[in-house]
Design a protein around this ligand. Structure first.
Ligand SMILES: [Fe+2]
Length: 335
């Protein structure tokens, strides 16, 4: 095994440790030490752990050159199939469970707060602003569904003015951004909660759908022998000053695949029932031709509640790693 040498031992132009005679046992230390001493502390820490785990992965699996090349080809194909509306790498993160894991880490919830779920690859920034009661879907084949929700803080106070993104697939399980002939946003919208913390809209009853498997993700499913379906759901994302951003979804209790979501997004607290729409609600919201109702009360964690949990969990994780618990944990990436 080679040992780490000082720059003065090696080539005349070398800066830092001399990177020669690297082998299975010492290359990880060399690569990590190659970071500039003045590099961003958080970035250095992230790359140190990433390199450590990638190297350990290769050592533990005794990765062959052919396997390494196959993996790189797969990653390259993932990148090549991406477009503005085809977000293969988000799906890769989803099917590996990384999206759920990161959301759990970065958006901890105090008791009573609504749990998060994955963003998925079908959120679009061009959704139209909607008024309470508007339709978000033009799909004539879909079963009309009235969605009535409230949003409150953990003390039970209504939150007014929350910006709520909602999006769903059509009755054939397709999102608007998957369609080549898309001319405008559909199956999505952005609402504002009113003074009572209410927001409501007309949608269609969601149906299960397969995630896109005509590319590299599909190859993974072939190998894994897993099905590629998501249970019926509607996505929600809440943005409100003073509150931690909440990305979540509601899943239908009776939906096929509810307990085997291909991308690991379902939480029991996010499973809902569809009810028959009562006459009183239909009259109050001036609804006609709608027979189904979905109700849900969302609870947002405040920034201070989420930050306190984040810092506590981060300190515990660093301590378990034997690291200085004062290491900054949430510096925005600056790559
Ligand atoms: Fe979805």
């Amino acid at each position: 095994m080679a040992s780490v040498k000082n720059a003065t031992d090696g080539a005349p132009n070398a800066q830092g440790p001399v990177a020669v005679d690297l082998d299975i046992d010492n290359i990880t230390e060399y690569v990590i030490n190659g970071f500039n001493k003045n590099a961003d502390v958080r970035m250095k820490f992230i790359f140190e752990r990433l390199i450590t785990h990638i190297h350990d992965f290769a050592r533990e699996t005794r990765l062959t050159t052919d396997e390494w090349r196959t993996g790189l080809d797969w990653l390259q194909a993932c990148g090549q199939i991406c477009t503005k509306d085809r977000k293969e790498l988000i799906t890769v993160s989803d099917i590996f469970g990384l999206s759920t894991l990161v959301d759990e880490i970065d958006h901890p919830k105090p008791p009573g707060a609504t749990e998060g779920s994955i963003l998925g690859p079908f959120h679009s920034l061009d959704a139209e602003e909607k008024t309470n009661g508007d339709h978000i879907s033009s799909d004539a084949d879909g079963e009309p569904l009235f969605v009535y929700c409230t949003v409150k803080d953990t003390q039970g106070n209504p939150i007014s003015g929350a910006r709520v993104h909602v999006w769903e697939a059509d009755s054939h399980g397709e999102y608007d951004i998957e369609k080549a002939d898309r001319t405008r946003p559909d199956g999505r919208g952005i609402l504002r909660s009113n003074e009572q913390g209410e927001f409501y809209f007309n949608a269609i009853t969601p149906t299960p759908y397969p995630i896109l498997c005509d590319g590299p993700v599909g190859k993974f499913f072939e190998i894994a022998g897993r099905h590629e379906y998501r249970p019926a759901h509607i996505h929600f994302m809440f943005e409100c000053e003073g509150f931690d951003k909440l990305i979540t979804a509601l899943y239908l209790r009776d939906s096929k695949y509810r307990d085997s979501d291909a991308v690991f997004g379902v939480k029991r607290s996010l499973v809902v029932d569809i009810h028959e729409l009562d006459a009183e609600t239909a009259a109050k919201y001036n609804l006609s031709g709608v027979n189904k109702l979905l109700r849900y009360d969302f609870v947002l964690a405040s920034d201070s509640e989420a930050n306190a949990l984040r810092e506590r969990h981060s300190a515990a994780a660093l301590k378990a790693l034997g690291r200085d618990a004062s290491l900054p944990s949430h510096v925005p990436p600056t790559l």
